[in-house]
Design a protein around this ligand. Structure first.
Ligand code: MN
Length: 236
């Protein structure tokens, strides 16, 4: 029996626009969880996007650059970092189509923020805009070290994996401000920053602000996120 195919949203590198890529860690995590990863190149061709949706059994929206604030109704302020409307428009179209099929979706870092924006939510353009002093969310420790604690909401998919709390890595300078429609907040850091969301009605639409794909070989629970995602994909 063939493995299920997991579409990975591609990123583009502004300095080298011929390369559409997804970091190896996402691919390795999918392979380890018995799926076949497939990077989906950036396009706005509707027929190609529809083929992506047909071919793939589940989707991972990957980390990457900032989302153009116009897509959540704001103009860009100075601390917003690199953006690309070309990338945004492709990922937004892909997310809308994937969401409509009810195929499982996992959003990681930018991928969670994209999920939130498509569902009508907003972002902090930079965490310095938060009213309160926040923790360091752009870790400068070793990439395999964790940076801060998160607390999980009882009744969420993530609570079932982690229980009440866990240590996570952190490489984001933006975060969800207002959650999108029907997204429940399933984890927060101790400074109140939203670290995970889950859609209330979709069969599996989960977003995490940290990078579990980097920790699958050192933390069994981080790998469980991918296992449970693949379980859902295999149930279809
Ligand atoms: Mn964080």
């Amino acid at each position: 029996m063939r493995r299920k195919t997991i579409g990975l949203s591609a990123n583009i590198n502004n300095d080298n626009p011929i390369a559409d890529y997804a970091n190896v860690a996402y691919c390795s995590a999918v392979i380890k969880a018995s799926g076949t990863p497939l990077i989906l190149p950036v396009t706005k061709n509707d027929d190609v996007l529809n083929d992506y949706i047909d071919i793939c059994d589940g989707f991972i929206f990957t980390g990457g650059k900032d989302i153009t604030p116009l897509f959540y109704g704001e103009e860009t302020r100075p601390l917003c970092s690199n953006t690309s409307t070309n990338l945004d428009e492709y990922q937004i179209a892909l997310f809308k189509k994937a969401f409509a099929t009810q195929k499982p979706i996992l959003g990681i870092c930018r991928g969670m923020q994209l999920m939130n924006v498509v569902l009508g939510g907003t972002l902090y353009q930079d965490l310095s805009e938060h009213d309160q002093k926040v923790l360091k969310h752009v870790q400068s420790c070793d990439p395999l070290d964790t940076a801060h604690e998160v607390h999980f909401e009882n009744g969420s998919v993530l609570f079932d994996i982690f229980g009440e709390k866990a240590m996570v890595n952190s490489t984001h300078h933006q975060a969800v401000k207002m959650p999108g429609k029907d997204l429940m907040i399933s984890a927060r850091a101790n400074d109140g920053i939203i670290e995970a969301v889950e859609h209330r009605d979709h069969p599996f639409c989960v977003g995490v602000q940290w990078h579990p794909e980097k920790l699958v070989d050192v933390d069994e629970k981080m790998f469980s996120i991918f296992k449970i995602f693949m379980d859902k994909v295999n149930d279809l």
